[in-house]
Every structure is written in C-alpha cells, then in structure tokens.
Design a binder for this molecule. Structure first.
Ligand code: PRE
Length: 287
C-alpha cells in the first residue's frame, strides 16, 4: 500500500508549529539585539548599514526554493528596522515633495512598517531635519547632472558633525529595474567597508578645472572613477565635485594623499563624503 498523504488539517498543524518556532526565533533574535544595544550604550549612533548589507547578501546567496528572494529581503528589512527601533529613537526624513512618492516608497520598503518617516519638500529640509536631530537618517535622490543647487555640496566639509552618505536604495534591485530612481541615505554614521563598496569623494578646488583633467589626476592616484558631478561656486570662487570611486576609500587612504599632491595649490579639500554597500541585483530565476 502506498503511504497515505497527510491530511490538510495535519499540514496546517505543521504550519502552526513552524509559525511558533519562527516567532520564538524572532523574539530570541530581539533579545540578542537588546544585548548588542547594551554594549553600544553611550554611542549616539546604533545603526550599522554595513552589517545590514552583509546580513542580506548572505541570505540572498543561500536562498533556495519557491519563495521569491525579494520577499525574504522584505521580511528581513522589516525585522532589522524593528530591531533598530528597540535600540533607541530612530526616524527617517524622506525627500518627497508634493505628490512625488517615489523615494517615500523606496524608504518605506527599506525601513519597514514601524519606523517613523517624515516627508521633506526639499533636500535642504532633509539636511535640516538631520542637523536639528529630528531625523537619524535622510533619504535624498541620487545627484543629477543638471542640478543647479545640489544637496551634496554641503557634505564637503571638515566638520565632524556633517552627515555622510551611508547607503544606496533600493538595496535589492529586481531584474530589469532601472537605476534611474535610486536614492542615497544620509546619516552621521562612521563609514564601514563591506567588501563591495563605492565611495563618494568630495573635492573642493579654488579654481575651475575641466572634468577630464580632474578625472586624469584622480585615476593617476589609483582611484577608479565612476560618475562625476560638478557645482561651480557662485562668483567664480572655485568649484566642488562629487566623484564616485568604485572602491572603499576612507579618510586615511594613502591614495587621497597622492591626489592632494597632484592637485597642489588648486586643492581646498578632498575627502570621502560617504560610501555605500553595492546593492544586490536579484537573478530573474530567484526574484
Ligand atoms: O549588529 C548590530 O549592531 C545590531 O544592532 C543588530 C542589527 C540587526 O537587527 O541585525 C540591527 C541594527 C543594525 O543596523 C545592524 C544589525
């Protein structure tokens, strides 16, 4: 006689048991996070974007079976966001002018149901919310070529309180999803290498310099250049540049000293204004 398949009732009882086990594990995870939070006592910033990226990359790599991996990412983002809030106040300012909800939706996806999000009409308002402590992190659009008043120029500062770029959204890109509507996350968080990172380098010059010449100098300092944005300071007072470097570069990186030597008197300052963990692009088969 072939074995009798379990009844639907029996399968549902198995699901109930699994749910209890998952729920127990979530509560156990939260207790571990509470202990981590305890060890961070006294630190103003308790988010670790690099660690979050590592957790998701590991899960996406090991995922198998019929559940779309995008759903796994969503579940973990919900959990990590909730477990961030366990550790202290956490709020997000999102650039969402009038009825433009694009970044709002990306931010909600990343920060889950319970994280307070506040809309900001301008990118300046996002920076103000960060400066005034109303938001822990801010979500702003990727720098556009034609932006006449770019938000990123305020990040090129030696003031240690200046927020940095700490992430890029969406962190998981579905197959075919365009990069056009991407966002960057700002926050006063120490930069952390994850093994697959890009850095945004801020360069302030006392004079205008052609993009080609600056690019040559940066590449001669062994920094692999991605895209470039330029803002000419009013009144001919020089220029600021945001340069994507396809590597992790921190403030002590010797390549920055080489660049400073090459730029000589033209240089006012060159510093990393942030790094982001490279987003994951999901395979069509698993998405
Ligand atoms: O590892 C930590 O430092 C945590 O606070 C835990 C945790 C998580 O839920 O895994 C939560 C928030 C951090 O941004 C990173 C990870």
């Amino acid at each position: 006689m072939p074995p009798v398949p379990p009844s639907v009732d029996a399968l549902r009882r198995e699901i109930d048991e699994i749910d209890v086990a998952i729920h127990d594990l979530i509560m156990r995870r939260a207790r571990v996070v509470e202990r981590i939070a305890h060890s961070k006592a006294g630190e103003k910033v308790f988010i670790r974007p690099g660690r979050e990226a590592g957790i998701l990359r590991r899960l996406v790599a090991r995922h198998q079976g019929s559940v779309p991996v995008a759903a796994i990412v969503r579940i973990w983002r919900e959990m990590i966001a909730a477990m961030t809030l366990i550790q202290g106040p956490f709020a997000v300012a999102v650039y969402a002018p009038d009825d433009d909800r694009r970044l709002w939706d990306i931010a909600r996806d990343h920060y889950g149901t319970v994280t307070p999000l506040a809309p900001a009409n301008t990118t300046q308002a996002v920076l103000r919310a960060l400066a005034e402590g109303r938001a822990t992190v801010g979500v702003v659009p990727m720098p556009e070529e034609e932006d006449t008043d770019p938000w990123w120029r305020f990040l090129i500062s030696d003031d240690t309180k200046t927020p940095k770029i700490i992430g890029r959204l969406p962190f998981c890109r579905r197959p075919g999803q365009k990069e056009g509507g991407d966002a960057l996350i700002l926050g006063a968080v120490p930069l952390e290498a994850t093994g697959q990172d890009h850095t945004l380098l801020g360069v302030e010059l006392s004079q205008d310099m052609s993009r080609g010449r600056l690019k040559d100098m940066i590449e001669a300092a062994s920094l692999p250049v991605g895209w470039f944005r330029i803002f000419h300071l009013p009144g001919g007072g020089g220029s600021v540049h945001l340069i994507e470097v396809e590597d992790f570069v921190d403030i002590d990186d010797p390549r920055l000293r080489t660049l400073a030597e090459k730029l000589g008197d033209a240089l006012v300052r060159a510093l990393p204004v942030g790094t982001y963990a490279l987003p994951i692009t999901l395979e069509a088969r698993k998405a």
